[in-house]
Design a protein around this ligand. Sequence first.
Ligand SMILES: [Zn+2]
Length: 131
Amino acid sequence: MAFWQTQIGPHYDGDTRSLGSLRCIGELVCPDCENVMARLFDDPKGLAVSAWVPAADSSVANPNSRRVGWTFFALLDDSMPDEESAPLRCWRGHDHLIATARDCRAAEAVYRRTGRKKRVAISRIDPDEVR
Ligand SMILES: [Zn+2]
């Protein structure tokens, strides 16, 4: 998984963290429930992506337990191909989701054109294709 460059955490009952003073220009949301799964930030060095991903063993089967997850970070510069991708899991239990560099750049392009933060629903993947 070359998409993420940094993993921070664990965090509990989390959400993606803001990145200092960087402006949030887009959000990647779950296609099933529109839960925000990752945020995009306008970084001078490129497009910064921060995601909060629940750990696999923090299950919806025990809704009273605190859920634990990890914050991932990536900086999308020109060297990252559009096809580079990261599997994501919605913390409301929707799985087999994937974010691509192309999704992030599409949101950024809308922001550049309109000046407004853009929400993008990420894609589902066929579970049989998950390695
Ligand atoms: Zn969801």
